[in-house]
Design a protein around this ligand. Structure first.
Ligand SMILES: [Cu+2]
Length: 99
């Protein structure tokens, strides 16, 4: 089947964008150990995190990108989260309870 040229280009662009978005927002497994709402921080125990050169698991403090995140989860929850470095600070940009 022959597809119109323009359609192929759009499909290729969509595939490429999807891949990039996936790489940026890869969900990491972790467990919340502490929440500090007044400081806007969340402590998460996580396994090896290649993108930050953390070869071993550890428990560390992250800034929450959105204060609402600190209400969505609680200490003890198993979570999936997206860690990013924002202005040099380790920041959680997305978090959800693991199913
Ligand atoms: Cu870490």
């Amino acid at each position: 089947m022959k597809m119109p040229h323009r359609f192929v280009l759009i499909a290729a662009a969509a595939a490429l964008t999807g891949t990039v978005a996936l790489a940026q927002s890869e969900l990491i497994d972790g467990q919340v150990t502490k929440i500090d709402e007044s400081a806007g921080k969340i402590t998460i125990k996580h396994g090896p995190l290649k993108k930050f050169d953390m070869d071993e698991g550890m428990t560390m403090v992250f800034r929450a990108a959105d204060p609402a995140m600190l209400k969505a989860v609680k200490a003890g929850d198993k979570v999936k989260f997206v860690p990013e470095r924002v202005n040099g600070q380790f920041t959680v940009t997305r978090i959800e309870k693991a199913k």
